[in-house]
Design a protein around this ligand. Structure first.
Ligand code: BDR
Ligand code: CA
Length: 307
């Protein structure tokens, strides 16, 4: 079986961390690099967290720093969700994994030149917008772009907008306007993917560094969810981009046309997802539903592979 050459473009981020650990435990994927972007926390912190996670996984994966700010607006961090450090504010050893000297955007361009490349974009789309501006036409040479972002029915930063798109709407608008082969995992899908207290207990009981740390960083995330949604479901937004790549039939998808609102009095950062039949065969696919029990079983089994 050919392994999928993958770069994860990320702003870790508690759920990014789970997605990254899932990917790094999965034989189906050849994770070549983590490219950082400013999002949940600053670029210094997301880059540091990416290095921490590669160390935690015990893998040899390049970490390259990407864009420090959205294209036009200021960064508005999500420390209330992910902790001020982006990873639940627990103690971490100094990372051994170095930061690459190559900028994330140039690294992506080089890896696309070297062979079929899939990108899982689980943060704001700033790096990808800069990539397509700096290397015109490169979008159509990417094998696949799986994005976690957007929402059809309700946002999570505003009533209209989801965090990754809202953080850099201009970047997202440019990416969705380009010929990328996009599969989108919006909130309507990701809110179906949840962990519960018994899963956190399972992770602790693994009695491994990965198990303990994953449970510890998810704990404040569960508390935040309780505050906003009235239960401790831990929503696995970013892991959906990885699950799609390791279990291609697990998430039901449909064709759609997606544009991003960059103006709007109350709707800046909204994704307008047109699911009418005329777009059924669109190359842009949107995740619709999944079996959470099957997902959790895969996640448990993969995270148990770390010793
Ligand atoms: C997205 O926003 C971030 O806070 C999460 O890491 C995820 O990528 C969910 O809206
Ligand atoms: Ca993220």
């Amino acid at each position: 079986m050919a392994r999928t050459r993958l770069v994860i473009d990320t702003d870790p981020g508690v759920d990014d961390a789970v997605a990254i650990l899932l990917a790094l435990a999965s034989d189906e994927l050849d994770v070549l690099a983590l490219t950082s972007v400013a999002g949940n926390v600053s670029i210094d912190k997301t880059t540091l967290n990416a290095r921490r996670l590669v160390d935690l996984a015990g893998r040899d994966v390049v970490v390259a720093r990407g864009c420090a700010a959205p294209l036009t607006n200021e960064l508005d961090e999500a420390g209330d969700v992910h902790g001020l450090d982006g990873l639940g504010d627990i103690e971490w050893p100094d990372p051994v994994t170095p930061e690459s000297g190559e900028h994330a955007v140039d690294l992506l361009a080089r890896l696309i030149d070297e062979g079929p490349l899939t990108i899982a974009a689980i943060g704001p789309l700033t790096n990808l917008a800069v990539l397509q501006a700096r290397y015109p036409g490169i979008e159509s040479r990417v094998e696949r772009l799986v994005i976690m972002g957007g929402a059809s029915f309700a946002g999570n930063v505003t009533a209209a907008a989801e965090f990754n798109i809202w953080t850099d709407p201009e970047a997202a608008a440019r990416v969705f306007a380009g010929p990328w082969p996009i599969t989108l995992m919006p909130l309507d899908l990701t809110h179906q993917a949840t962990l519960h207290d018994d899963d956190l207990a399972y992770l602790r009981a693994l009695d491994t560094e990965v198990g303990r740390r994953t449970a510890a960083i998810l704990e404040p995330y569960a508390a935040y969810h309780d505050q906003w949604y009235g239960n401790r479901d831990v929503i696995m937004h970013d892991a959906m981009a990885i699950y799609e790549l390791i279990a291609p039939d697990a998430i039901e998808k449909q064709g759609a046309h997606v544009v991003v609102e960059t103006g709007g009095t109350h709707t800046r950062g909204a994704t307008v997802i047109d699911r009418r039949r005329g777009y059924a065969s669109s190359s842009t696919r949107v995740g619709v539903s999944l079996d959470n029990g099957a997902f959790v079983a895969v996640l448990r089994e993969r995270l148990a592979r770390y010793r």
